[in-house]
Design a protein around this ligand. Structure first.
Ligand code: NAP
Length: 318
């Protein structure tokens, strides 16, 4: 725990390093360097270093209003050192994948971003799964997907062997399964024992710690990378969580692990779990992106502090 505390965005504005909220792009390299190195974790199977904070895109679409916002976000995301974009064929009827493909191609950033997408094969219909995979490649404007997951366990037995072939053919780098539903965890545990998976995606947050009992320890034992979805409790619950915390001061000891905001408190809790490789908070706002990346710098809480965070969170008024 020796890393220097990162200056807040307000500190940087005061120091004249950032001009203000309207000029968020193109921060001076010095300002970024002063915030300390971005924390990465290794994918268990390959050792590839992945930034611990990525971004979720289930609220992205192709609307003319949103496109320039998402364009600026992608530039800023890469500038901050981010790489993991989580999407799915099912998000906004495919528009989430399409907008990511268009923007990464337009900005020339495909080599800088790590795309994770999700497909299904309902009723183990592999033909449907194959079509969805080809559609994902086309929408994302790429010939290789970094992470391909079976969405919500729909068609695992048909898709995993096919994904293994696509991996051998160099069309995907990591394969696995995703869910955010408690009812699917018993089946996911069985799949983790029977299939050789590179990556799983599950939900975990301060207010929802169930996967820490059995699933995260199994992932660690089996050498499976773990992406955490809904780290703030999900799109609806996040707003309620942060509204509830608006008048609650952060505890003083949050400074011991370089935490300046409640979203960072949530994220640092999640990414400091030893089995977790990365978290993918969803956002469409640059100031939230920058806040979330504050969690990927500085120190992380140790095991005793993580317990303290749980006790503190559980003791907050409902
Ligand atoms: N089964 C599955 O595989 C599955 C299921 C659910 C989700 N996912 C993935 O996980 C991702 C994350 O889930 P999610 O987006 O539903 O939930 P989340 O990450 O827990 O919360 C997102 C919400 O938090 C807000 N937010 C983000 N950063 C913030 C900040 N610094 N301060 C205040 N508010 C902030 C966002 O609003 P703004 O947009 O205004 O920032 C949004 O309303 C999804 O986008 C998706 O990619 C996968």
């Amino acid at each position: 725990m020796t890393t220097r505390a990162a200056p807040s965005r307000r500190d940087l504005i005061k120091a004249g390093l950032v001009a203000g909220a309207g000029l968020t792009l193109g921060w001076p390299a010095r300002a970024l360097a002063e915030q300390g190195a971005l924390i990465t974790k290794a994918m268990p199977g390959s050792g590839e270093k992945i930034p611990v904070v990525g971004i979720g895109t289930n609220a992205y679409n192709l609307s003319a209003e949103l496109r320039p916002v998402l364009r600026d976000l992608m530039k800023r995301f890469v500038e901050l050192g981010g790489s993991v974009y989580d999407t799915a064929t099912g998000y906004a009827r495919g528009e989430s994948e399409s907008v990511l493909g268009e923007l990464s191609s337009e900005l020339g950033l495909r080599s800088k971003v790590f795309f994770v997408t999700k497909i299904t094969a309902p009723g183990d219909d592999l033909a449907q799964g194959r079509t969805l995979f080809e559609t994902s490649l086309s929408r994302l404007k790429t010939d290789r997907i970094d992470g391909l997951l079976v969405h919500n366990l729909q068609g695992v037995d048909a898709l995993i062997p096919a994904m293994r072939e696509w991996k051998q053919a160099g069309k995907i780098k990591y394969l696995g399964i995703s869910t955010s539903s408690d009812t699917q965890y018993p089946a996911l545990l069985e799949h983790m024992k029977t299939h050789q998976l590179d990556l799983i995606q599950v939900d975990y947050s301060l207010g929802n710690r169930g996967v820490a009992d059995e699933l995260l320890p199994l992932a660690k034992d089996k050498g499976i990378g773990v992406m955490i979805n809904v780290p703030f409790g999900g799109r609806n619950r996040a707003n309620a969580n942060f509204a509830r915390l608006a008048t609650v001061p952060l505890p003083d000891w949050a400074a011991d692990f370089d935490c300046k905001t409640w979203p960072q408190f949530f994220l640092k809790y999640v990414i400091s779990h030893p089995a977790v490789t990365m978290a993918i908070p969803g956002t469409r706002r640059i100031e939230h992106l920058e806040d979330n990346f504050g969690a990927a710098r500085g120190r992380l809480p140790d095991a005793a502090t993580r317990k303290r965070m749980e006790t503190f969170f559980d003791g907050l008024p409902a």
